[in-house]
Ligand binder design. Sequence first.
Ligand code: MRU
Length: 368
Amino acid sequence: MSRTLQTDGRGQLRTVDQTLLPFEWREIVLADAHACREAIVSMRVRGAPLIGAVGAFGLALALRNDSSDAGLACAQAWLASARPTAVNLAWALERLRRRVAGVPPAERAQAAWEEAERLCDEDARCNHQIGEHGARLLRQAARVEPTPQQPLQVLTHCNAGRLATIDHGTALAPIYQLHAAGVAVHVWVDETRPRNQGASLTAWELAQAGVPHTVIADNAGGLLMMRAEVDVVITGCDRVAANGDVANKVGTYLKALAAADNGVPFYVACPVSTIDPDTADGASIEIEIRGAREITHARGRLADGRVAEVALMDERVKAINPGFDITPARIVTGLITEHGVVAANGQAIAAVLAQALRLSAAGAGNPS
Ligand code: MRU
């Protein structure tokens, strides 16, 4: 499978419309900043690293129309407002702003485009490294030597695979590497209501890669952990606060609680760009509230093959739909970053951010 986001020779972006998966693979072209923002808002593209990358290209495209200082500030704010929780979007936009602010306006669009391409290359590289660090940890979590009959049992929530990133994924990267190395691994995939990123995207990705997996209802994970049917839980994340609290898809917290209660390691995979030193703790993270219709309705394939949306409840029912939740640092076993495994606490996080800055200054790492 090629990268989730591709650029073509005409300076346009190509990606897949994720709202149509798993029933249809349809490529879309994002030709201008409006198309980029719309794709983020409608979740045609989603997942923290991917929306950061699409936002970055959106800014580069916006600068083709107005590369003045005011145009730059306006486009940055407008794109950043597309989705609030995943810090990668604001981070990527700020990175591009810093890159082009000192460049003559006539050269800004090209400089921004090239920076967005660099950002994508770094995302793919970081995720590969996360895969290497994570594969070692996951392997250690196996209670018995993995065999096809008794594989390493991993549980994941939402989609933090290739589709959520430029390549490899974050939480799925270690799983792909173990599978490629011949380690028997089986993934419990939370369906991830209300938008079903697990059932629609993670299961689809794992099937493409030939990784054995089983979709479970979101509420089944606790029982599986209690019965020792889960060796390790790994999720992606949308923002890590300075104290190690983690924002990720709603339902993650409950998996972490069940893991803590049952002695199952709970890891969060994320590039350092997902750590936000400016957010003190989880309570300070803005949680996106999405439309009630995602709760009251569901999309699926009918018996005649058509894909349709159906109502799940009476139309007068009230619903509220927070898209993310906070997992407190105290129940996170570790953060798997491109620089290795980091304890979820302020000191360790400050140290890895400093390390990333040093590497970036030396031209060898991922500027954060
Ligand atoms: O609402 P989504 O689908 O964008 O939420 C995605 C998640 O919560 C992912 O787990 C997270 O962004 C990590 S992606 C590598």
